[in-house]
Ligand binder design. Structure first.
Ligand SMILES: [Zn+2]
Length: 111
């Protein structure tokens, strides 16, 4: 039972979950990474045992997944747009790192 906030609507609850994620992003990502490492074999086994199910899911959600991956994200440091699927690679590029460094120097000079 919801004893903490008895009159919380489902929208408020969703908002709270979002806020919690924003506030604890680093911790959550770290614990997810840890989980992935400790459960690597379990995940491998699951993927192996449910190969057909996963294939079917991917096939059914092909368009949605493609749309998600190709969604454009704005990189504030480089002032450019990248596909969502390319963002992890982009943040490792020399161009991005150079821009990030420039940004850091600029913000230090502001202080
Ligand atoms: Zn960038």
């Amino acid at each position: 039972m919801n004893t903490i906030r008895p009159h919380r609507t489902s929208d408020e609850a969703k908002e709270q979950v979002k806020q919690y994620y924003i506030d604890n992003k680093a911790e959550i990502i770290e614990s997810q990474k840890q989980w992935n490492i400790t459960n690597k074999d379990k995940m491998k086994q699951y993927r192996f045992e449910n190969k057909d199910k996963i294939k079917q899911y991917d096939e059914l959600n092909k368009e949605r997944i493609a749309a998600q991956v190709s969604e454009r994200i704005h990189c504030e440091d480089c002032n450019c747009y990248n596909g969502k699927g390319n963002m992890a690679r982009h943040v490792k590029t020399q161009t991005h790192l150079n821009n990030l460094e420039k940004e850091n120097i600029a913000s230090k000079n502001d202080l």
